[in-house]
Design a protein around this ligand. Structure first.
Ligand code: SF4
Ligand code: SF4
Length: 382
């Protein structure tokens, strides 16, 4: 079989954070120590050689890239400091760029040169809204109510339009990814053969069951729990995941309370508000742990722009949300200005989600379901 190498692909993976990939000498220590790798055709050794050779076609439809949860147990033991965990993270970024639509967007969102442009977009949109409707910050001395400045209908319409667009684009990406995994129409479950040989399938299950089990694994964070070296990552991810979900639920309940029960402003003691405030604190703590880990753990130190863009945007959402709420409770007019900064951060998180690391949630979910259905994913010990 002819091997088609793609040097451009190698350069792209290096640029996305896989700069150590050429150090690999194929000793396979990483595949042995990886707690998540199946016995058949284990990862990440094979991904390292494929990445070195630029075997783009193989890597872009390799579900194993997504079974890796970036614990970096492998990087800890790699004798060549080739950081296979980081290389797989770069491959995931490259896969998101490949499948997202339009793909040039992923390239520019993940290029630091364009960062000012992506901050400027929500600033221009909000500025245009303010000047078009002659909105002005209310004077001090009265209760802080954001809708006195920017009517909630505008914020909700923005959320609906840009959030809906993000979901639609993410679904297109997912469809393209699914087609690549199954190589044709999304009907047949197949497993990438191991270098020409038929890969032994260990059982598998019906796809719908696989989806339910994958969601259950994500809810429990089962795979993160198995990682040994970088255990803190489990807690950080758990806090970020549930913090974000709590905020999403509160935002949804806010809309229901307003349009179904005619309650435009929920009081601070309302369970939905309490959930949202706890969610913001969890998100803040989770992001703080993750950033601390990124800055201090030698096995993951540094990280790529792709990583930082998502992490810092999420952090900005949590910090601006908390500070805005505190300013509102203190009755400070500054709350209105902080609210605008918060909206900018939320826009950046949601509107660019299909192109940023945020998309990893759905790609990994689908790859996990696929792996379960094909019998690829090992059974958990609990
Ligand atoms: S990445 Fe490191 S541990 Fe894995 S095969 Fe290469 S040299 Fe060995
Ligand atoms: S980062 Fe963790 S899950 Fe990923 S290949 Fe390395 S050891 Fe396995």
């Amino acid at each position: 079989m002819a091997v088609e190498a793609d040097p451009k692909f190698v350069r792209e993976v290096i640029k996305l954070g896989g700069k150590t990939l050429k150090k690999c000498m194929q000793c396979a220590t990483c595949s042995v120590v990886c707690p998540l790798s199946p016995e058949n055709s284990p990862f990440p050794r094979k991904e390292m050689i494929w990445a070195q050779w630029g075997l783009k076609e193989k890597l872009l439809k390799d579900p194993d890239v997504w079974l890796c949860h970036n614990c970096n147990d492998c990087s800890k033991y790699c004798p060549r400091d080739a950081k296979p965990g980081e290389v797989l993270a770069a491959l995931r970024a490259r896969m998101i760029a490949e499948y997202s639509w339009p793909s040039f967007m992923a390239k520019i969102v993940n290029n630091p040169v364009y960062f000012p442009l992506f901050v400027l977009i929500p600033i221009i949109l909000i500025g245009a809204l303010i000047s078009a409707f002659g909105l002005s910050v209310p004077s001090g001395g009265e209760e802080i109510v954001y809708s006195k400045f920017i009517p909630m209908e505008f914020v909700e319409a923005g959320g609906f339009i840009f959030g809906g667009l993000a979901v639609l684009i993410a679904l297109i990406g997912l469809w393209r990814f699914w087609n690549a995994l199954t190589e044709g129409g999304g009907k047949t479950i197949t497993v990438e053969p191991k270098e020409g040989a038929e890969l032994e399938v260990q059982g598998g299950m019906c796809f719908l069951d696989a989806v339910v089990y994958a969601i259950w694994d994500i809810i429990k964070h089962s795979w993160f729990k198995i990682c040994e070296v970088n255990r803190n990552r489990y807690y950080a991810h758990l806090l970020m995941f549930y913090g974000f979900i709590a905020l999403g639920i509160t935002a949804g309940l806010d809309v229901v309370a307003k349009y179904v029960f005619g309650m435009p402003h929920l009081p601070i003691w309302h369970p939905a508000k309490i959930l949202g405030n706890l969610g913001a604190i969890a998100l803040f703590l989770g992001c703080s742990f993750a950033i601390y880990n990124r800055l201090t753990n030698p096995d993951v130190k540094g990280g790529s722009y792709f990583d930082w863009f998502f992490l810092l945007t999420l952090y900005a959402v949590a910090i601006t949300g908390i500070i805005t709420e505190l300013a509102r409770l203190a009755g400070s007019v500054a709350a209105y200005y902080l609210y605008v900064v918060h909206l900018i951060a939320v826009f950046m998180l949601i509107a660019y989600a299909p192109y940023s690391k945020f998309a990893h949630l759905i790609y990994r979910g689908v790859a996990m379901a696929y792996a379960k259905a094909s019998g690829r994913e090992p059974k958990l010990p609990f």
